[in-house]
Write a protein that binds this ligand. Structure first.
Ligand code: MV4
Length: 454
């Protein structure tokens, strides 16, 4: 087992990893930017070092500085968290070259799963069902027109290096495709440095349901059930829950088994998530694979009783999984909401100084905090200030716990999205589990007016 780990991240996930390091008796090294000097994770770590200024290039993406500090402090491993360098194959490779364990999968697999076209090909060979479509880059708009005719409208135009919905557009006919192609390709080229585009049949009103997997370096792999992540706003998840209110036992086991077969096939190790689109008839299609721990991992921890950060660390240190599929329980229902420093009406980030923080306490309530009662919420990073995770013995109990926890949650001094989250938790459609990806614009009052304003 490692003696010391560097956490190459910030905010709530840095605090989360440090907490598990403490539990395992592993020394933790935090690295932080000038803007995060007062953040809780910095004082939680056994040691903490300044990376540089607030810009991510000077700090959380500053590979040379991160490696330098890891070596100077004799860290055997680096945990990348999520975002930043967590899916950067070059960084994983650099860690290997420097003799530092990257807590995650191999650089090869990270790179493979980073390209939507390559991951489609790889996962098709591994037996996962794909959305009908094209698994190679389109040459130009004329080829797109030909391929779209073969697939049949409506289709989804996508960028191979896309993420967060950038470079993605649903089109219903040839004219729309011609108009959409160039703009999306240029955006993909600009954002990702890669303009490769491809096409898929549009899955109407899908659900976004993802399977958590764990695989050790000896070829053992298990699935830890699913997470329903369909309530999204502009491809940002707003609320996640486990298990999904939509899946039946047979479908969830089929999805889990397919996911495990695939991770074995591609030689995956560590924690990973396979995202699926699920249509109204419960057909599921591979969407993409995330080769990192996800923001929403706590809902899986709550229903399985596992500590996923601990599992990541153990796997990276060479340990075999200490359980088999039949040992993994699924108990109760968990829901996570992301509390953001943002205006509940415009959804604009709303940085500033928190003057008081009152957190609801009680049975089934878990907090993952990025801030404390006197924190400044900086404009430099994602304005997440905390995650609120609730657990109940069933979905109704979890929703009741969520509603009361949100009602008691006080953040003074800045605006937050808590009112919007309370409203969503109170909607009949949510309580009925009618959570498809069009939920926000369909059920959330004035969402169009709010969307357009934002
Ligand atoms: C799709 C889709 C429907 N049909 N692909 C891919 C990236 C992810 N963030 C969203 N993705 C989707 N891919 C096909 N062929 C629906 C989604 C989707 C979505 C699309 C628009 C608005 C919100 C969405 C939320 C989840 C999934």
């Amino acid at each position: 087992m490692f003696k010391k780990i560097l956490i190459a991240n910030r905010g709530e996930i840095a605090a989360r990893v440090i907490r598990t390091c403490e539990k395992l008796g592993i020394k933790s090294v935090a690295v932080y930017s000038e803007a995060d000097r007062e953040a809780p994770f910095v004082s939680m770590a056994d040691e903490s070092y300044l990376l540089g200024g607030p810009r991510v290039q000077e700090s959380y993406l500053n590979v040379d500085k991160i490696i330098e500090i890891a070596k100077e402090t004799a860290c055997e491993a680096i945990h990348p968290g999520y975002g930043f360098l967590s899916e950067n194959a070059g960084f994983a490779e650099r860690c290997q070259k420097e003799g530092i364990t990257f807590i995650g999968p191999s650089p090869k697999v990270i790179s493979q799963m980073g390209s939507k076209i390559e991951s489609r090909n790889t996962m098709e060979k591994a037996g996962l069902p794909l959305v009908p479509g094209l698994s190679r880059p389109l040459g130009n708009v004329d080829e797109a027109i030909i391929e779209a005719e073969k697939i049949g409208y409506p289709i989804m135009l996508k960028a191979s290096s896309g993420g967060g919905g950038i470079g993605m557009q649903a089109v219903t006919d040839k004219e729309e495709l011609i108009k959409a192609y160039e703009g999306n390709q240029k955006r993909a080229q600009m954002f990702f440095g890669n303009g490769d585009m491809f096409l898929e049949k549009l899955i109407e009103k899908p659900r976004h349901i993802e399977i958590q997997v764990l695989a050790d370096e000896k070829g053992n792999a298990v699935y830890l059930w699913e997470r329903e992540c369909s309530i999204q706003r502009r491809h940002q998840k707003v609320l996640e829950e486990a298990p999904s209110p939509f899946l039946d036992e047979e479908t969830r086991n089929r999805m889990g088994e397919a996911a495990v077969r695939a991770v074995r096939e591609i030689g995956y190790s560590n924690a990973g998530t396979i995202e699926f689109l699920v249509d109204k008839d419960k057909n599921f299609y591979f969407l993409e694979m995330n080769t990192r721990l996800q923001v929403e991992h706590p809902v899986t921890e709550e229903i399985t009783g596992l500590d996923l950060v601990e599992q990541q660390i153990r796997i990276s240190s060479g340990e075999e999984l200490s359980f088999r599929q039949q040992d993994i329980k699924r108990e109760g229902h968990a829901i996570e909401v992301r509390i953001y420093a943002e205006d509940p009406n415009t959804f604009y980030p709303s940085p500033g100084k928190i003057t008081a923080l009152h957190l609801p306490q009680g049975e089934g309530i878990r907090h993952e905090m990025a801030v404390h009662g006197q924190s400044h919420v900086t404009p430099y990073y994602d304005p997440m200030i905390a995650k609120l995770v609730v657990k109940g013995e069933n979905r109704e109990a979890a929703i009741a716990c969520l509603a009361s926890a949100l009602a008691d949650y006080r953040v003074e001094g800045i605006k937050t999205n808590i009112p919007a989250l309370s409203e969503i938790a109170g909607l009949d459609a949510f309580k009925k589990g009618e959570t498809t990806t069009d939920f926000i614009e369909k059920y959330y009052k004035n969402s169009n007016q709010k969307m357009t304003k934002a």
